[in-house]
Each structure stands twice: as structure tokens, then as C-alpha cells.
Design a protein around this ligand. Structure first.
Ligand SMILES: NC(=O)c1ccc[n+]([C@@H]2O[C@H](COP(=O)([O-])OP(=O)(O)OC[C@H]3O[C@@H](n4cnc5c(N)ncnc54)[C@H](O)[C@@H]3O)[C@@H](O)[C@H]2O)c1
Length: 290
């Protein structure tokens, strides 16, 4: 422990269960001396264990739907009441695609559901910051972080409309980061995290294969939820006061790789098997599935 967040206070969105990245951030933030308020939807509170985490960490849980400005206003008021004034950090750890849930493919999206994906997973980040700024809720040199994924920059098979949501999320971080930085020296960043086995993560098509691929491609291997929590804490701490408007990759090196020896090995094995099958006259390629 480093007492990295001693005296700091903040709101953490998105702790559903112990697999959640936000759950790990909440625990680590308290270990590092922070005071926190936990929030999630009322439904998540019924399905998940957010209230239990709040009890364990000796804090309060305030239900709020992050797409509702009214809920966010009540949340910020309640947090300021709890903290006795302004606070220092916010973690936005929220993502959900109703299109993915309903099995709609990217070339057959329901546009009403796309609006919901964007509202929940990206526009809510703008709403959180707009409400916080209007209420002047965050101390100077505060820090706001949201969680993203590399599908915002590069196409990954099966990530669907969440790729568009993450691209918007990262853009909002830059646009709001300019305003908040200029006015209040508050920094806004996104962390682009490795695939992680959480409830939201399991919605991604072929998560096991994707995790194995990322792990083989990354010289340091995939970053876990706990690794991510540690990185988030550095951004909440005073050690990163001039870092803002960035999308920061936290992925064991994945984002800089083209091909690794470990991934090539699997690919070559598969290629050899396919060649053998071809020789045996087995039709194995279905072009429509590429
Ligand atoms: N798991 C991964 O592979 C991975 C990789 C990169 C980035 N991320 C991002 O990390 C963040 C956290 O996800 P996670 O993997 O910990 O999964 P998770 O399922 O534990 O967390 C997602 C949270 O979003 C909350 N949420 C959904 N709709 C909401 C709403 N309307 N208002 C408020 N909260 C709402 C859920 O209740 C849940 O707590 C997400 O932004 C996700 O896209 C995840």
C-alpha cells in the first residue's frame, strides 16, 4: 500500500460483482486511503452485490441510472452530502449493448437499440461530467476516468456497436477534457483495457478465444481487472496531474503488436491441419464466415 489516495474522495460507477473492474477499483481505492460512494442501476443492485460491497467498505450505495440526468443530479447531491463538500475523482465503468444482448449483428442493427447502446456506454459519460460541472462538484486537479476498448480504433470481429460507443466515449473524454482542464484543471482520460472476464465482457462474441489471442499477442500478457484498478488509481493520484485528454492503453502491449511468436505458433499449427485436410479433399472453408 502506498497511501496514494489519502484524503481523496470519489464516486465509482459500475461495480456489479467481484469480477467487475469497478469492484476492484473500489476496493483498491479504499485500501489506498480514499473515501468513495458506490453507484449502479437499481436493477444491478437487485441482481448484483453492490450494496454488500458498500457495507464491506463502510460506505453508501446510491442507485442511479447513468442515462438519467435527474438520477445523476440526485447522486451528485447525495455524494456531496456524504463527503461534506466537493470530491476528487469519478470512475465511469459502464458498458452495455442491447443489440449484442438480443443477438443483432452489426449489419442488422436495431437503431432504437443502437441509441440505447450509445446512451448507456458513451453519452452517459458526458452526462456525468456535465452534471458534475454544473454543480461544481469536483475539486481542482480532480481526475475523471472511463474504461474503453481497442475496438474504438481497430475492427475486432464480433464487438458490434460497442466499437462505435467506445469511439464516442474516447472523443467525449477529449472534448470535455479540454473544457474541464481549462476551467478547473480537472483531467479526463480513458483507459483502454485488455479483454477481461466480467459480466459485460462475457457479452463479447467469442470472449475466450479473444482473451487467448490477446494474451498470446501481448508480451506482458492480458491485464487483469486488478491490474486495471492499480492503473486507475495512478490516474486518480497526484502523480499524474498533467495527463489529460488521453486514451491510455492498458493491455500488456497488445495495441503495438502485429504478430507474436506465440500467436503465430497456433496459426501455423492450424494452417498445417488445414493443409492436411485439404489434401484429404475435405472442404473446410466457408467464405461467408470470414
Ligand atoms: N470486460 C472487458 O473485456 C472490458 C475490456 C475493456 C473495457 N471494458 C469496459 O469496462 C467497463 C466495465 O465493465 P466490466 O467489464 O467491469 O463489466 P461489468 O458488467 O462488471 O460492469 C458494467 C457495469 O455497467 C453497469 N451499467 C449498465 N447500464 C448502466 C446504466 N444505465 N447506468 C449505470 N450503470 C450501468 C452495470 O450494472 C455494470 O455494473 C465497461 O465500460 C466495459 O466496456 C471491459
Amino acid at each position: 500500500m502506498y497511501n496514494l489516495l489519502k484524503g481523496k474522495k470519489g464516486i465509482i460507477f459500475g461495480a456489479l460483482n467481484e469480477k467487475s473492474i469497478a469492484w476492484q477499483v473500489a476496493q483498491r481505492a479504499v485500501e489506498e486511503g480514499a473515501q468513495i460512494v458506490l453507484t449502479n442501476t437499481a436493477m444491478a443492485a437487485r441482481m448484483g452485490e453492490t450494496q454488500e460491497l458498500a457495507d464491506k467498505l463502510g460506505t453508501i450505495f446510491v442507485p442511479a441510472d447513468a442515462t438519467s440526468v435527474e438520477d445523476l443530479e440526485l447522486l451528485i447531491d447525495r455524494a456531496m452530502e456524504h463527503f461534506g463538500g466537493k470530491f476528487d475523482f469519478i470512475l465511469h465503468s459502464i458498458g452495455m449493448s442491447p443489440n449484442v444482448r438480443k443477438g443483432r449483428k452489426y449489419d442488422d442493427l436495431d437503431y432504437g437499440l443502437l441509441q440505447k447502446t450509445l446512451d448507456i456506454s458513451a453519452i452517459s459519460f458526458h452526462k456525468v461530467m456535465q452534471v458534475a460541472r454544473k454543480k461544481d462538484a469536483i475539486n481542482e486537479w480532480g481526475s475523471i476516468v472511463a474504461l474503453s476498448y481497442i475496438a474504438a480504433q481497430r475492427t475486432l470481429y464480433g464487438y458490434n456497436d460497442m466499437a462505435d460507443a467506445k469511439a464516442l466515449l474516447e472523443s467525449i473524454a477529449r472534448s470535455f477534457g479540454y473544457i474541464y482542464g481549462r476551467e478547473k484543471r480537472i483531467r479526463v482520460n480513458t483507459i483502454s483495457q485488455s479483454p477481461t472476464p466480467t459480466t459485460a465482457g462475457s457479452g463479447v462474441m467469442g470472449l475466450d478465444g479473444l482473451m487467448d489471442f490477446s494474451n498470446r499477442m501481448s508480451p506482458l500478457g492480458n491485464a487483469t481487472a486488478l491490474d486495471c484498478a492499480d492503473y486507475v488509481l495512478t490516474l486518480f493520484s497526484d502523480l499524474t496531474r498533467k495527463v489529460t485528454m488521453q486514451n491510455l492503453f492498458h493491455d500488456g502491449g497488445f495495441s503495438s503488436m502485429g504478430m507474436s511468436r506465440r500467436a503465430m505458433k497456433i496459426y501455423s499449427q492450424q494452417l498445417a491441419e488445414m493443409a492436411a485436410a485439404e489434401e484429404a479433399n475435405i472442404i473446410f472453408q466457408d467464405v461467408s464466415r470470414r
